[in-house]
Design a binder for this molecule. Structure first.
Ligand SMILES: CC(C)(COP(=O)(O)OP(=O)(O)OC[C@H]1O[C@@H](n2cnc3c(N)ncnc32)[C@H](O)[C@@H]1OP(=O)(O)O)[C@@H](O)C(=O)NCCC(=O)NCCS
Length: 158
């Protein structure tokens, strides 16, 4: 199947219905629609959509977290991926990789040293997708989801 070359841009409120549609068809426990509006208001530059021939085919959302290792002298910034989904008909055509590359570049420009994310233990597709993008599995959080543990994945940003 041909690779897609969508344009990537920041989310606007006109994209809300389509993003919610992709979310609902991608997850058994989708986020409530209001969550997208709320998170967009917190970090509008880190909510990206992929648009192919006028149609939104995927989105990614992130945030920057300040982490402190041992006092103020060891402050560090970490990019955190909150959500990513690609419309079923557009998967395995490079859209997810484009979205990941773009948000990682934004994190890098904002001074983040690493990217981190949580993924359901049973989500083999996403885990293999992240492993293929140089993420490592660095831990687990018990009962992170109501019915399942999360695997924590991390990637250093050069
Ligand atoms: C995970 C997801 C975002 C990947 O998006 P995508 O557009 O299909 O990803 P790409 O086409 O860029 O695929 C990139 C790589 O992942 C691999 N991959 C994609 N789907 C796969 C699958 N079903 N099984 C195994 N590997 C897969 C591809 O082989 C490709 O590897 P390559 O670049 O080495 O050839 C997409 O599957 C999705 O939306 N899933 C449902 C939502 C979800 O689970 N999100 C993650 C929440 S943590």
């Amino acid at each position: 199947m041909r690779l897609l070359s969508p344009s990537l841009r920041t989310y606007t409120k006109e994209d809300h219905a389509r993003v919610v549609e992709i979310e609902n068809s991608s997850f058994g426990d989708p986020w409530p629609p209001s969550f997208f509006t709320y998170l967009h208001s917190k970090a509008p530059d880190l909510f990206l959509v992929a648009e192919d021939e006028g149609q939104i085919v995927g989105y990614i959302m992130g945030e920057i977290k300040e982490v402190m290792f041992s006092g103020l002298s060891h402050r560090s910034k970490m990019g955190h991926i909150l959500n990513i989904a690609v419309d079923g008909a557009s998967r395995e055509r490079g859209v997810g990789s484009l979205l990941m590359g773009e948000i990682e570049e934004k994190f890098r420009r904002l001074g983040a040293s690493h990217v981190t994310l949580e993924v359901r233990e049973s989500n083999a597709t996403a885990r293999s997708f992240y492993l293929g993008r140089d993420y490592s599995e660095v831990g687990r959080v018990r009962a992170y989801y109501p019915d399942e543990d999360a695997v924590i994945m991390r990637k250093p940003l050069e």
